[in-house]
Design a protein around this ligand. Structure first.
Ligand SMILES: Nc1ncnc2c1ncn2[C@@H]1O[C@H](COP(=O)(O)OP(=O)(O)OP(=O)(O)O)[C@@H](O)[C@H]1O
Ligand SMILES: [Mg+2]
Length: 140
């Protein structure tokens, strides 16, 4: 949370309004054996994308993070935003190295995240609806 909020903390921040950031873990004894530094990097990449997607953040923008188990007992981590979303053609390319739609983007965040999730024997997917928002999910 400290990492996620850090870009909003000074008056010079380009983000004048903080998005609401929430998180939930259900059941609360979920454990995942992982490299915490690498996994933190993945979360930073994904949350950064959500924040960047908001552009000029509106009062009602939110990012919600959750950890739960699917019916098979596998751990699922999700990060959901209510940004502008993406069309299907864009979603298909977002994990491709160097794919970016941003003027100053490098297109590395999600391809690197996918590598990190893969070395943890996980899978990362993205579900997005234009005008509604985006959810990135990781399953282990
Ligand atoms: N939450 C999101 N909402 C809307 N578009 C997104 C979202 N996440 C990713 N994208 C799209 O996917 C593209 C690739 O994302 P990725 O993080 O790999 O690269 P980047 O953000 O452009 O650059 P970098 O992360 O290297 O600074 C983005 O340019 C953007 O078009
Ligand atoms: Mg990015």
């Amino acid at each position: 949370m400290i990492l996620v909020n850090s870009g909003f903390d000074n008056d010079n921040s380009k983000y004048k309004v903080r998005p609401l950031i929430t998180s939930s873990v259900t059941p609360d004894d979920i454990t995942l054996v992982a490299d915490d530094k690498l996994l933190a990097q993945v979360f930073i990449n994904i949350v950064k994308n959500s924040v960047e997607s908001f552009g000029k953040c509106k009062e009602d923008n939110f990012i919600s993070m959750s950890a739960d188990r699917n019916p098979d007992g596998r751990v699922v981590l999700s990060i959901k935003d209510n940004g502008p979303g993406m069309d299907v053609d864009t979603v298909e390319k977002i994990f491709v190295p160097f794919f970016t739609t941003k003027e100053s983007g490098s297109g590395i965040g999600l391809s690197l995240s996918r590598q990190i999730i893969r070395i943890h024997n996980g899978n990362i997917t993205c579900d997005s609806t234009p005008g509604k928002g985006t959810t990135v999910s990781m399953i282990f």
